[in-house]
Design a protein around this ligand. Structure first.
Ligand code: ZN
Length: 252
């Protein structure tokens, strides 16, 4: 007999399996990202199917050989409904996609869970641009991954409090205007527009600017390229989030 486990988790996505079953991808507090097979759930007359982005309490049977967990029971804990706000929805999906792409150490799953849950909650009440808080979320994730990005310090002269004027295509380091002007090889650097530079510098305290900042499509593309390059520099893998393409479309 397989062991039974109980864990809370946020549903990332579901896909149909066989005639009547469902496979769920869930980020759980205690077990990280797992797959759960819900046998026959689509056949049950009165079954309420689980919905992505909602949080559930799961009772599961452990997989025998590293495969799927088997669903015993589940109960809703928090229903997050972004249906009325596709921009926030896309941002929330970005976070779930990011978590699917990350390799999260087993002893840190609960900490990452707390971050995700808190952030999704915050997103439901957000009145400003969702992309701004997405970028701040990314900064927090980078920090937890051990590759903290200090947006306020120039990677060349190490001076703090200067806005980044550009980033190095070789190592994704941020560069201040003075270092850029003094550079012998400026083609190495990708320039930030003044709007993108300002937003980047404000990210650590972005909560104070959510009412007034409306990022342009150009700034959004520039900053997304930079963050993707930063990720790639540190993990040697591309960060391609389908939902981020959707989110970008809200800023033109
Ligand atoms: Zn500098």
């Amino acid at each position: 007999m397989k062991g039974r486990v109980r864990d809370r988790g946020i549903l990332v996505k579901t896909s149909n399996y066989s005639e009547s079953s469902l496979v769920m991808r869930v980020y759980t507090q205690g077990h990280g990202m797992i797959g759960i097979l819900a046998k026959g759930i689509r056949k049950k007359q009165d079954a309420v199917l689980p919905a992505p982005l909602c949080e559930y309490d799961f009772c599961l049977y452990e997989p025998q050989e590293g495969g799927l967990y088997l669903l015993s029971e589940f109960a809703p804990l928090a229903e997050l409904d972004f249906a009325a706000d596709p921009e926030k929805w896309a941002a929330a999906e970005c976070a779930l996609e990011l978590y699917s792409a990350l390799i999260i150490p087993a002893e840190e799953t609960a900490e990452y869970y707390r971050l995700l849950q808190t952030w999704l909650d915050f997103l439901t009440t957000l009145a400003g641009s969702a992309i701004l808080v997405w970028w701040r979320f990314l900064l927090r994730v980078f920090k937890m991954l051990g590759v903290a990005l200090d947006v306020e310090t120039c990677s060349e002269c190490r001076k703090s409090g200067k806005a980044a004027a550009a980033w190095d295509q070789g190592n994704s380091g941020l560069l201040c205007g003075d270092c850029l002007a003094a550079s012998a090889n400026p083609s190495r650097f990708e320039l930030f527009s003044p709007a993108a530079s300002r937003i980047l510098g404000l990210l650590p305290e972005i909560g104070n600017y959510l009412d007034s900042l409306k990022p342009s499509g150009r700034a959004v593309r520039e900053l997304n390229s930079f963050f993707a390059a930063y990720y790639q520099t540190h993990f040697n893998r591309l960060l391609k989030l389908r939902s981020l393409g959707v989110l970008e479309q809200f800023y033109c």
